[in-house]
Design a protein around this ligand. Structure first.
Ligand SMILES: Cc1cc2nc3c(=O)[nH]c(=O)nc-3n(C[C@H](O)[C@H](O)[C@H](O)COP(=O)(O)OP(=O)(O)OC[C@H]3O[C@@H](n4cnc5c(N)ncnc54)[C@H](O)[C@@H]3O)c2cc1C
Ligand code: SF4
Length: 588
């Protein structure tokens, strides 16, 4: 039996990127805010000091910063007629756990989506006709436009101090930036990071082929920066222990290095860590959230009443909590009904490995988001007509690490163990290079989340079940992108190179990205979306669901710039509209 606590104005589930942004924005409105976070408190100086933060075994192999599957996991299957099995160790994605969420251990590749990404269905239908899209593809427009979100992108990037080179300022194309990006109001807050040899060589080759290479936008800062909240970050040292690691150098944008120092000074903000929210509570009508129930580390259950509930628990856990709490109608792919769990989507990555004789790349000079990219094959930046697929992705040479346990690239045919393997790893460590593509993923009728009929967690709650596979459209896209990437890599002059396009079926045991999305998507109509354009639940108007849960499909970029922009978009809607007149912000 849960013990009831005094009511608060706002309860936030999860204190990662979106939870921190919403807490800070709403604390400014004078509301009392309680953030409930499943994992521990984490501070830069104490948790990630450079003396021991570079422990590859602890963080990369043993997943120290992530959720333990024994605490909570999910089941996965490729098709609706299969029995799903629980993930007993993490594979294709790495669920966050702890203050800062994924913002602690992300790479910080900080991309805006293209304007046409937000109107994907309309845009593609107008350009290619309805019949060009597969019948089971369920892509949709977002209900918000790039132009509406631009000021919010700007706020997130200036919060983070993002390093980069603008390609389009107020409609004027800028030399050296991404000419395909949507118009931005101003330059990035800090200039691009310095480029190592590999990305420089890639950019040279791409330029000679007529492409327009540009530096990847990065939350690993090129120089010291003080953000609008008065929080200062330091320049990145290119240590290469970035993705999967916390940055002890205060150089990677994270909630800890950008927002929490300001937030914890707010007297009306309280964080309760190592407390896991079990469900969102509803009143008898089922139309109003009354707060949440959570459990602390001693196993005590607490009920936290609140006027407003903000679900900021990362895409996967947002959807699970909605399903567990009985909010909205669960999606049923056979009947094609229900909105919760619908349009689950992912990301389609691929790579080209290249082996050189006479070039030394020094892969250990790296950061989470350093590299040179091209965008000619992203979104609808090229004519898809002759190719029979839609979507695309950016590609480039992104030099994230040369960590010794992970960096063991060897040419095909090398034995996978023993002396010959060791010799090949030593020979190729400095002279091989991996270039990557980062492709979008459309949504489909048979890709979704629901509650597993068999497996439960330690509280007896049904696990979430993910049903997902790559479709022909995405496999064709990956092959096409990888072929284009290989052409650039070949121009870099390797002795040999190997293409690794994504092939099916989806394998949940192999790390790809933690860019899961969908499951409670935003839109303009409750018949085709779970959230309105402000990320407010159509069913429960005092509930907002943040994060990539709202994406109707995934674009060919990393998601967090858009997740951050949407967080500011929602915060503005709450402070400027909802608080004045609590209730649905969109009437149909
Ligand atoms: C290894 C890695 C690399 C990445 N690199 C990039 C990148 O380069 N670029 C990019 O754009 N994105 C990247 N991402 C994704 C990025 O981390 C996420 O998009 C971002 O953190 C999402 O923000 P969020 O607020 O939705 O969730 P998070 O920031 O993850 O925060 C969610 C919080 O909710 C908490 N929580 C969950 N369930 C509960 C519960 N029941 N009760 C209480 N608390 C709960 C979690 O512990 C967590 O702290 C990466 C992710 C990973 C794992
Ligand atoms: S690469 Fe840079 S931003 Fe990343 S952890 Fe190292 S110092 Fe920090």
């Amino acid at each position: 039996m849960a013990r009831k606590l005094p009511a608060t104005d706002v309860v936030i589930v999860g204190l990662g990127w979106t939870g921190s942004i919403l807490a800070h924005e709403l604390a400014g409105s004078g509301l009392n805010i309680v953030a409930i976070e499943r994992g521990p408190w984490r501070d830069t100086a104490t948790d990630f000091p450079p003396a021991y933060a570079q422990d590859e075994l602890r963080y990369h192999i043993r997943h120290d910063l992530f959720l333990r599957p024994a605490q909570l996991t999910m089941t996965v299957r490729n098709g609706v007629n299969e029995t799903a099995l629980p993930m007993r160790s993490w594979g294709s994605f790495m669920p966050p756990n702890g203050v800062g969420g994924g913002g602690v251990h992300w790479n910080a590749e900080t991309w805006r989506f293209l304007p046409s990404d937000f109107q994907m269905k309309t845009h593609l239908t107008e350009r290619y006709g309805e019949k060009f899209l597969p019948a089971d593809m369920t892509i949709q427009d977002w209900g918000v436009t790039y132009d509406e979100l631009e000021p919010c992108y700007d706020r997130f990037e200036y919060l983070c101090g993002t390093s980069g080179k603008a390609g389009n300022i107020k409609g004027q194309i800028q030399a050296g930036g991404n000419p395909f990006e949507g118009a931005r109001a101003r330059e990035y807050p800090t200039p691009p990071q310095k480029q190592p040899y590999g990305p420089t060589l890639f950019a040279q080759a791409a330029k000679e082929m007529g492409y327009k290479p540009f530096p990847q936008p990065s939350g690993n800062l090129s120089q010291a920066y003080t953000n609008p909240l008065g929080v200062t970050l330091g320049p990145c040292t290119y240590c290469g222990f970035c993705e999967w690691f916390g940055c002890g150098n205060y150089s990677k944008a994270s909630p800890q290095t950008t927002i929490l120092p300001a937030l914890v000074r707010q007297p009306n903000f309280e964080a309760r860590t190592q407390c896991e929210v079990l469900k969102i509570n509803l009143d008898n009508s089922g139309k109003r959230a009354t707060g949440v129930t959570y459990v602390d580390t001693s196993g005590n259950e607490w009920e936290q009443p609140a006027d407003l509930v903000l679900l900021c628990a990362f895409q996967l856990f947002n959807v699970h909590l909605l399903l567990i709490s009985g909010i909205g109608k669960p999606y049923d792919p056979r009947a094609n009904e229900g909105m919760i769990g619908r349009n689950y989507s992912y990301q389609v990555t691929s790579s080209v490995d290249a082996f050189f004789d006479n070039k030394i790349f020094n892969p250990f000079i790296a950061s989470g988001a350093i590299g040179m990219c091209i965008d000619e094959f992203n979104g609808d930046n090229f004519d898809h007509g002759p190719h029979g697929f839609v979507g695309g992705g950016y590609m480039g040479a992104v030099q994230t690490n040369g960590r010794p346990l992970q960096t063991t690239r060897t040419p095909k045919g090398t034995p996978q163990w023993g002396l010959e393997w060791k010799e090949a790893v030593a020979k190729n460590y400095l002279t091989s290079y991996e270039a990557v593509t980062h492709g979008g993923c459309c949504s489909y009728r048979d890709a979704y989340c629901d509650l597993d009929p068999t497996y439960t967690d330690r509280f007896g709650r049904k696990l979430m079940r993910i049903t997902f596979d790559f479709h022909e459209n995405e496999l064709k896209m990956s092959q096409y992108l990888t072929d284009r990437l290989a052409e650039v890599v070949q121009k870099m002059g390797p002795r040999q190179f190997e293409k690794r396009p994504r092939s099916g079926p989806y394998d949940s045991t192999v790390y790809q990205t933690t860019h899961t999305c969908g499951g409670a998507i935003m839109g303009t109509d409750p018949k085709s979306s779970a959230l309105n354009r402000y990320l407010q639940s159509w069913d429960v108007s005092n509930l907002f669901v943040l994060g990539a849960t709202a994406f109707p499909q995934n674009a060919g970029y990393n998601p967090t710039d858009t997740v951050g922009a949407l967080a500011y978009w929602t915060a503005d809607a709450i402070t400027s509209q909802y608080l004045k007149n609590p209730g649905p912000l969109v009437h149909i």
